[in-house]
Structures are given as C-alpha cells and as structure tokens.
Design a protein around this ligand. Structure first.
Ligand code: NI
Length: 197
C-alpha cells in the first residue's frame, strides 16, 4: 500500500494540462493502485491523477468508499471521454484538493462516458442522477484542469465556504450576511451527504 501526497489548491498542477495514457504497463497499474489507496485513506469517493501531481488522464472512483453496508467497488478510468450528457442536477460537493470546503455544484443529470481500463480495453459507462454521475463529471473536470469552484450554484456560498477554510479573499461575516439574503430568494441548501473527490 502506497499513499501519495494530495496536492491542494492553489497548486499549479491542478490547472496544468494532462497527457493521454498510451502505454498500459506496470507503472500505470501501480499509479492506479496508489491513487485508490490515497483516495480511501483520505475518505474520498474519487481522485484524479493531477491531484497527486501526475499530469495524466487517469481517475479513480468508488462510490461505495466509506460505506459499511456495501463492499468496495473501485473503477479506474483511463482517457475518459464524454459521449453524451443531458439535463441538470445540483448537489453538494467537496474535493480532496480543498479540505473542508463543500458547496452546491451544478452538473449534468445524465452522462455516457467511454474510457479505457488498465488493459487498454475500451468500455462504456452510463450514470444518471446519482453519486457516480456527479463524481465522473467532477473527476473529468480535473483532467481538463477545471475545478469545482468554477461550477458553484452560488458564488456567495462558495466564497463563504472557501473563506471559512482560509482560502480566497472573502470575509466570513460579510459573506454569511449576503448568503442569508440570497437564500431568502433563491438558494435551497441541500442537506444530503456530501461527495468528496
Ligand atoms: Ni476534486
């Protein structure tokens, strides 16, 4: 078991471009295993290679991570591509590169994705209105150097949660007041379990 160092925002590696994987050798299998170990260790349900400082198009997801009732079900996605997406859903998200920061994020409601497994074999997966659907989109964004802070339903809620963790420029008291005003009008804060990936 080997744990990798998680890179935190604003580490520039999170915004770097990531290379396609073309050789499906031992080193790729080792990276996948190390990423899974690191994800489980940090109580995440997903992790993308740039989050451990590796600029490659690989991500791992296990929506059963941390569950007591369900056995682990890791999926390794190599070179994933979205074939189609439709609809819209919102829900609370976190990110291992932003410890302690959670807010509502807007995503597509359904995605169909093709990817390669550790043998280089091409597979297809479909996910709709569930944690897997959300995690796939969150991790694929990482592979494009995109972060969930750019998909917040409410910029005020995002800035507040960032400020609480000492990130960004915002003032906690001021943002709390603004959020209350906004909440009265539009925002419906979800109480569902957060996803961290
Ligand atoms: Ni993330």
């Amino acid at each position: 078991m080997s744990k990798l160092k998680v890179r935190y925002y604003p580490d520039p590696v999170l915004k770097a471009s990531n290379k396609k994987i073309t050789m499906f050798d031992k080193s790729v299998r080792k990276l996948a295993q190390d990423m899974l170990d690191t994800m489980y260790e940090n109580d995440g349900v997903g992790l993308a290679a740039p989050q451990v400082g590796v600029s490659k198009r690989m991500m791992v997801i296990d929506v059963n991570a941390g569950s007591e009732e369900h056995p682990r079900r890791p999926i390794v996605f190599i070179n994933p591509v979205i074939l189609s997406q439709e609809g819209e859903m919102t829900g609370q998200e976190g990110c291992l590169s932003f410890p302690g920061v959670y807010f509502e994020v807007r995503r597509a409601r359904k995605v169909v994705v093709k990817y390669q497994n550790l043998n280089g074999q091409e597979l297809k997966i479909e996910a709709e209105n569930n944690l897997l659907c959300r995690a796939i989109q969150h991790e694929m964004d990482h592979l494009d150097g995109e972060l969930f802070i750019d998909k917040a339903v409410s910029a005020i809620q995002r800035d507040l949660e960032m400020a609480k963790q000492g990130l960004g420029e915002g003032d906690v008291i001021e943002l709390e007041t603004q959020l209350k005003e906004e909440a009265g009008q539009t925002i419906n804060i979800s109480k569902s379990k957060s996803m961290v990936s």
